[in-house]
Design a protein around this ligand. Structure first.
Ligand code: ATP
Ligand code: MG
Length: 664
């Protein structure tokens, strides 16, 4: 039988956990054995990290797959678990959020204050007619009110739908309409790249086409003038004048907590529905286990936007459920200068940093002199999420941000999984650069071939999850069929497997197992290239390119080719200044082709390589290969081998400039 996905890259470096971290780690290797012995009992113990108003009767009801119910019969309040219980335990004065605005203004929000604001917002939303089960859309910049708005919804049982503040009128309109949101919470604007960036006009335009919306609550952030309608209410006049007394009611473990639309990297976004008890259990546990978070001493910082699932699970719910102190930053990493993030790490004494490969590769491009200008001595753990991290980017992160000694946890998960699924445990796992390593305790992940059979070590194929997990999506909002079709119909029972076959979740990602059985993510299955009968992953070729000292970032796509079926076309961003690349462009391209052939074998040698200053990315910073495929196929690339081809760059640039919405 033919290979599902080629395994070309051979990475042998390995880094054991620092002894000090391992000695005091929150989670030890025993967790794997415990979960292995009894998975449901393991998750039941993790649910004990939360305070429940009513104990569950059953850990998991999987009698109607693929529709799962976790902690059936249990009741709890998410906001109570993130706020009240810390205040009640005497930790009200502890800082929850060190907030830094882009212009340099700051706010220090304690648990007591976050609790008070959330109670006020809960009362204000109730007065606006929001009741449990209603949907509330949130379209805010990175200000503390974003967390308050989410927690206030959770507190009253309203289901929030956060829409990233960079999305267009159409994207916002579609999301409000799809969820029939009753209230929209927004701001006049936020600061981005050194100037105010308005949000309210986008909401005004969207709401004009959204009859479900009864009220718009507006946070004043920039002070810029905004149009005003009868539906609009100022946050400071509504929330900040409301009573701070609010008793949180308990909701069913399966009560809808939020809808979040996937980023739309590959297709029309889906409204992913998450519920209450299982979700909070797994985000609380993974924050504790993967980040080794010690709430008394750590200062945690996740650089994601609250509009992505990473912001939901690892800025709001996971860290707050654990009583963490964290940093929240409003702006872009290069404003007012390219060392801004490192300046903030030093300023707040950040110990745990969680960011994305796109940012790490950008920092590589800017040059290591920039972080070298900062101490970064408070850091003790680094994390990555969002895309496969190339081994070279992983090494750079460890070397230049992690003083060459910190553990790096590469965490694989999705909007759909709700929480981290595959990741090293920092006190246990000897991590390999570029590998997400192993499923977390209580998670059953596997790599399978076309027939759904587990591939042997050394083989590649499709990443699947074989058992339900607490923070799994429950459905696609309003579209159970799309839920079944998209995630459960490729393998196992849902694919019409033999009677008695299990239900298997298909993640849409390619992966391989190395010779030790560790898992390496190979990018989306939709992006896999079929070259002369071999399925080659984009990730491996990109990683080979990035392993060349002159390349900071690369994207590869398969373009139709008369002889090989598809041929590999690569786009590479040189490290350092573009000028160096200009002088040596032709030579560098020749070197890179030879380098890939040497690293992965001649089959993976790109037909063409273009040196470019930027790559098209989604709003969450992921490379949009779909667009590059168009570029690679819609014109004869012939002799276009230098970065001076402005028409290709215009094409690439027009996709980046924000003119593209995620729906097209
Ligand atoms: P859509 O599903 O609408 O195309 P999306 O998949 O980009 O959008 P997310 O849920 O934000 O939306 O991203 C999850 C995906 O990101 C994963 O399926 C995987 O492709 C990629 N990903 C996330 N973390 C990692 C990681 N650590 N290693 C490799 N890939 C990752
Ligand atoms: Mg996806």
């Amino acid at each position: 039988m033919s290979e599902a996905l080629a395994n070309l890259l051979n990475e042998t470096r390995q880094f054991p956990p620092p002894a000090e971290l391992a000695a005091d780690a929150n989670v030890t290797a025993d967790a794997y054995a415990e979960a292995e012995a009894d998975r449901l009992a393991f998750w039941e113990r993790q649910a004990g990290r939360l305070i429940w108003a009513k104990q569950w009767d059953q850990v998991l009801d999987w009698s109607n797959p693929p529709f799962a119910k976790w902690f059936v019969g249990g009741q709890l309040n998410v906001a109570y678990n993130c706020l009240d219980r810390h205040v009640e335990a005497g930790r009200g004065d502890k800082v929850a959020i060190h907030w830094e605005g882009e212009p340099g203004d700051t706010r220090t929000v304690t648990y007591a204050e976050l609790h008070r604001l959330t109670c006020q917002a809960a009362n204000a939303l109730t007065e606006l007619g929001v009741v449990a089960g209603d949907r509330v859309a949130i379209y805010l910049p990175m200000v503390p009110e974003a967390a308050v708005a989410m927690l206030a919804c959770a507190r009253i049982g309203a289901t929030h739908s956060v829409v990233f503040g960079g999305f267009s009128v159409e994207s916002l309109t579609n999301r409000i309409q799809d969820a029939s949101a009753k209230v929209v919470i927004t701001a006049d604007g936020g600061y981005r790249r050194g100037k105010p960036s308005a949000l309210k006009p986008t909401v005004d335009e969207a709401v004009a086409n959204c009859p479900s919306v009864e009220h718009v609550l507006v946070v004043r952030r920039t002070g810029e003038e905004v149009a005003w309608s009868a539906k609009d209410r100022w946050w400071h006049e509504t929330v900040e004048t409301a009573s701070a007394e609010h008793t949180a009611a308990a909701f069913d473990a399966e009560h809808p907590l939020f809808i979040l639309y996937t980023s739309g990297t590959t297709a029309r976004p889906k409204g992913i529905l998450h519920t209450t008890g299982g979700y909070l259990t797994q985000v609380a546990y993974t924050t504790h286990a993967v980040f080794d978070l010690k709430p008394e001493t750590d200062v945690y910082w996740c650089t994601a936007d609250i509009g992505w699932v990473t912001g939901h699970s690892y800025i709001v719910y996971g860290p707050l459920a654990n009583g963490a102190t964290q940093v929240m930053y409003e702006g872009t990493p290069d404003t007012p200068h390219k060392g801004r993030l490192w300046e903030l790490v030093d300023k707040y004494g950040v110990t745990i940093l969680y960011t994305a490969p796109t940012l790490i590769r950008t920092m590589m491009k800017w040059g290591e002199e920039i972080p070298a200008g900062y101490e970064l001595s408070s850091l003790r753990l680094l994390g990555s999420v969002g895309e496969p991290i190339n081994p070279e980017a992983w090494m750079w992160y460890r070397q230049h941000i992690g003083r060459g000694e910190l553990p790096v946890v590469d965490t694989w998960w999705q909007t759909e999984t709700g929480a981290i699924m595959i990741s090293p445990l920092p006190g246990v796992t000897a991590a390999k650069p570029g590998s997400a390593m192993a499923p977390l305790p209580g998670i059953d992940a596997d790599v399978v071939d076309d027939q759904g059979q587990s591939v042997p070590n050394g083989g590649g194929g499709y990443l699947v999850l074989r058992e339900p997990w607490p923070s799994m999506l429950r459905t696609v909002w309003g579209d159970d069929n799309r839920f079944i079709e998209t995630y459960w119909s490729r393998f196992g029972a849902g694919a019409g497997g033999a009677t008695g076959a299990e239900w298997v979740y298909f993640a849409g990602d390619g992966a391989k197992k190395d010779d030790d059985g560790h898992i390496w993510l190979l990018g989306r299955v939709d992006d896999v290239m079929l070259v002369s009968g071999h399925n080659i992953s984009t990730t491996e070729v990109e990683s080979a390119l990035v392993s060349h000292p002159s390349v900071a970032e690369a994207a590869v796509v398969g373009a139709t080719d008369p002889t090989t079926g598809q041929a590999i076309v690569a786009f590479a961003i040189p490290r350092g200044t573009a000028e160096t690349a200009g002088e040596t462009g032709e030579q560098l391209i020749a070197d890179l082709r030879a380098h890939v052939a040497k690293t992965l074998g001649p089959i993976a040698k790109p037909r063409q390589i273009m040196l470019v200053p930027e790559l098209p990315k989604t709003r969450s910073g992921k490379i949009m290969r779909r667009l590059l495929r168009d570029v690679a196929e819609n014109r004869s690339l012939g002799d276009v081998t230098t970065l001076q081809d402005s028409s290709v760059m215009e094409l690439i640039a027009s996709g980046m400039s924000g003119g593209k919405s995620d729906e097209d």
